[in-house]
Write a protein that binds this ligand. Structure first.
Ligand code: AP5
Ligand code: ZN
Length: 215
């Protein structure tokens, strides 16, 4: 089962990907997480990506296509995967189609998590992250103990690109470079909209229903 979780910054792709990954036993492939891990380790890739990310701009396509090519051929992706944050441009989607044709695993469905812009800013500014990948919201999804991850017990932190300026740029990048993919996948007949303004568990239930229809 190969699924793309699609939507603007803050729509809830990461939150839903974590839950779906557990439910279906397939890995979450988040290009944002892969890039952040590289930034943290100070790899050449991370050093190159950081300046784009902190500004809220997209990292160049050739970098992302390289990352995804390498990731999808790994063993744990054999039974399927959940893409979170990729593709974000038409060239990235075309490259993905090519890679998946080669490994004979086409994308089965694209879940478009729809949330209006005013809610996105509120969500992103209240987000707190854990090193283990879990994410929380100060108001909508608080951890059991303030500032501490329920899963791993680490201290929570805020992302360096969750500043007001970077968020504005991320939303702009979404509108100009990523939103055209809605049409791209609609034409393929595999795009399904989900109302992302509902509670996290309600959205999860809706996505599960849609995914089961494709199985
Ligand atoms: P990335 O990490 O992918 O960030 P993003 O797309 O901006 O998305 P977010 O992680 O901000 O949001 P999300 O949809 O996962 O929401 P979440 O579940 O956390 O990318 C970061 C950067 O890396 C990019 O700007 C770019 O520079 C680079 N990059 C990555 N991939 C790239 C690519 N393919 N090409 C080029 N560059 C790339 O939820 C947000 C908050 O809302 C949380 O606090 C959560 O608890 C809360 N929440 C979630 N669901 C709900 C709900 N239903 N109700 C209330 N609150 C909710
Ligand atoms: Zn954790």
């Amino acid at each position: 089962m190969n699924i793309i979780l699609f939507g603007p910054p803050g729509a809830g792709k990461g939150t839903q990907a974590q839950k779906l990954s557990k439910e279906f036993g397939i890995p979450q492939v988040s290009t944002g997480d892969i890039l952040r891990a590289n930034v943290k380790e100070g790899t050449p890739l991370g050093l190159a990506a950081k300046s784009y990310m902190d500004k809220g701009a997209l990292v160049p396509d050739d970098v992302l296509i390289g990352i995804i090519k390498e990731r999808l051929i790994q063993k744990d992706c054999k039974g399927g995967f959940l893409l979170d944050g990729y593709p974000r441009t038409i060239p990235q989607a075309q490259a993905l189609d090519k890679i998946l044709t080669e490994i004979e695993k086409p994308v089965e469905c694209v879940i478009n998590i729809v949330v209006p812009e005013k809610d996105l800013v509120e969500r992103i500014s209240g987000r707190w992250m854990s090193a283990c990948g879990a994410s929380y919201h100060i108001q909508f999804n608080p951890p059991k103990k303030a500032g501490v991850c329920d899963v791993c017990g680490d201290q929570l932190y805020q992302r360096t690109d969750d500043t007001a300026e970077a968020v504005t740029q991320r939303l702009k990048a979404y509108q100009s470079q990523t939103a055209p993919l809605v049409d791209y996948y609609q034409k393929k007949g595999i795009l399904k909209d989900v109302d992302g303004t509902k509670d996290i568990d309600v959205v999860f239930g809706e996505i599960k229903k849609l995914v089961h229809k494709f199985k």
